[in-house]
Design a protein around this ligand. Structure first.
Ligand code: C2E
Ligand code: MG
Ligand code: MG
Ligand code: MG
Length: 286
């Protein structure tokens, strides 16, 4: 009996693994098709000055709108793409699309708003990242200040010399480099001295719990302190209500990003918003 249940167990896990592999394979094929059919879009979420309430820049967030309808979150398909070669093609598409959009908005007089893009580990470690970004900027007549990049702490842990080289070259060209989801990875603070970065984005889990949890407040205060000591800008992610906004402001965060200020929006809605801000000569004050 014992033996039988063991084999059943084995079969069960095997079957599950196989189902997952099939699902993953189908997802990769659907994503390849999505690229061909133009089903990917960039949405944009503004980052607002914690002090003045002005919109300073926007983060580009990938969305997949399959023909069948609905929308697939990047949290679902980016990890799959990262396990295949596909992330490089998707990443190149994101770079190209963000540059194209930035150039279009600049031509319309919306020159102040940098677009920050998220880069995956594979992309940042790729020996050609620097050259590809440079080429994309040049193709669209952009400056290095027009586009920023975000990478997570976990990407830094797996850093090779290629990654460090890319970051150094981008930094020296004047590109903004943010550490995303700061505080949730397994990196140590010494990474801040090793890697050239310009801002820290404190993960939204701390922002979410800060009003009720002294430990989350303490971690946020420490992140702001060390960030400022190192001359970095500190961004609070995922601000969802007034209480969190006031708290991150009091803690000294420079910028806020979250549903309470703006949700990620389609390009056209973003353009309307930025256009209205330029006419007003000021940002939104909540
Ligand atoms: P992220 O870079 O940390 O982006 C912030 C995420 O938080 C976004 O989720 C955004 O929609 C969400 N968010 C913003 N404000 C709030 C809020 O107030 N409350 C809550 N609960 N969430 C908020 P999204 O768009 O689903 O993206 C998830 C992740 O997927 C991103 O996290 C990023 O790591 C990755 N991603 C998105 N676009 C790209 C891309 O173009 N390339 C790569 N490699 N990764 C991407
Ligand atoms: Mg990000
Ligand atoms: Mg983040
Ligand atoms: Mg995140």
């Amino acid at each position: 009996r014992a033996k039988l249940s063991t084999t059943q167990h084995y079969w069960f896990f095997n079957q599950k693994l196989q189902d997952e592999l099939v699902h993953e394979h189908q997802m990769v094929e659907r994503l390849q098709q999505a690229l061909r059919l133009g089903e990917l879009q960039l949405f944009y979420q503004p980052q607002v000055s914690a002090v003045s309430g002005r919109v300073e820049q926007v983060e580009a967030l990938l969305r997949w709108f399959p023909r069948e309808g609905g929308v697939v979150s990047p949290a679902e398909f980016i990890p799959v793409a990262e396990r295949s070669q596909l992330i490089e093609r998707i990443g190149d598409w994101v770079i190209e699309e963000a540059c194209r959009q930035r150039a279009e908005w600049k031509a319309e007089g919306l020159s102040d708003y940098r677009i920050d893009i998220n880069l995956s580990g594979r992309q940042v470690a790729h020996p050609e990242l620097f050259t590809r970004l440079e080429a994309a900027l040049e193709r669209h007549g952009l400056e290095p200040e027009d586009i920023g990049i975000e990478l997570t702490e976990n990407v830094l842990i797996k850093a090779n010399t290629g990654l460090l080289d890319n970051l150094r070259r981008l930094y020296h060209r004047g590109m903004k480099i943010a550490i995303d989801d700061f505080g949730t990875g397994y990196s140590s603070l010494s990474y801040l001295k090793l890697f050239p970065v310009t801002s820290l984005k404190v993960d939204r889990s701390f922002v979410h719990d800060a009003p009720d949890q002294p430990s989350d407040r303490a971690i946020m205060a420490a992140a702001v302190f060390i960030g400022h000591q190192l001359g970095l800008e500190v961004v609070a992610e995922g601000v969802e209500n007034e209480e969190q906004l006031e708290l991150v402001r009091d803690l000294g965060c420079d910028l806020v990003q979250g549903y309470y200020c703006f949700k990620p929006m389609a390009a056209e809605d973003t353009r309307r918003l930025l256009g209205a801000l330029v006419l007003d000569g000021d940002g939104l004050t909540n």
